[in-house]
Ligand binder design. Sequence first.
Ligand code: MG
Length: 454
Amino acid sequence: MTRLFGTNGIRGVVGQEMTASLALDVGKAVGTFFQGGRVAVGNDTRTSSPMLKAAVISGLTSGGCGVEDVGVAPSPSIQYYVKTHDVVGGVIITASHNPREYNGIKAVDERGMEASREEEEGIESIYFREAFSQVPWNSVGRVVNIEDCNESYMGAILSRVDVELIREARLKVVLDCGNGASCLTSPYLLRRLGCRVATLNAQPDGTFPGHPPEPKEEHMRELMEMVADTDADLGAIHDGDADRVMFVDEKGRYVLGDRSLALVARYVVRRNGGGTVVTPVSSSSCVEDMVKASGGRVIYTRVGAPVVARTMFEVGAVFGGEENGGLIFPEHQHCRDGAMGLSVLLELMAAEETSLSDLLTGIPTYHLVKSSLPCSADFKEMVMEALATRFRERRVETIDGVKVFHKGGWVLMRPSGTEAIFRVFSEGSTLEEAERLNREAVSILREVIEDQEA
Ligand code: MG
């Protein structure tokens, strides 16, 4: 069976893969999967989102599902609504950080967690067999508009952090909403946290006139300048659906996502007096260093936020996240939450009474080197087995590719899911060390691939 869902829902270019008829059929499939019941539906600020949402709602209601339309909201706001209301699941219309011509459809379960692979397969099976439920006129689902989704979401975050402590710190924050869904939440949240707030791109606009909706360094120039020019304590930026947050320190410098992840992980583990932190196998060692030094332990997962969230749920983790600014706070909810990440960082800064750049000097610096080698998809499995055998004397993690730990560094050899290549990531405490580890791994990997092809 062909797959419909990728690693983060269904994504595509509007008018090409992502059309009204696709959205209608996905709505019908999700409605059939949920077997009636009420489903929450919400969307980001993209120009195509209302069109796709109308089609999804049409599909859901034709199969007998009631719909609670929460309107424009960050993905974590919609997920929180699902978690705390009597609905069987949710559908989010968003393409997250992708460029403006894209859009996407994501399903979440009744706990507000991104659908598991098994649930997606259930929906895909209905979709490809076109085994849609079709109810008569008197069973068609009703649509109600929900007005307070974002308000209760912000209330939940305020109940999870020390508002008084943050208010007393009177932090000055420059926030770049990137014209995305966070325009409706984060600026107001910061005001209630007593911050002095200056915003950039804070009007919802699906043409993304400020910059493309991915919070990466090249899209953060204006934010970095404004933080430096205005003597602010912190710069923050969300992606299009605001499940992620990236930071700029008080000197206007970009903060790598691994470093903010490690900083928050240390804070949460210290506060809990230990606990488990979950992060993908590709994360920097600075995360494990900080967690271990604070009395906690790290569990590694495959790459991708849904699997991190699910593993956290299963093992009862205290915190988890990815290097791209996706931070997960399980006492709040089991999904990435940009505004929650921002609020916890403010609490951390207020509690430590020092600048972000000062706090970051306590995080060890590692260097990352990336390369790749061609490898046909037919050999990928065999190559991974051969690699695991080859390195069996060392600490090896084989949950996603083969990660080999060395003294002061590691190498991750991971087959690409979409291209006929093997990626090689290496990390070392110096650039020379990372380069050396990468060279060695590439030469071993080349040997192993040649053996398999021979
Ligand atoms: Mg996102």
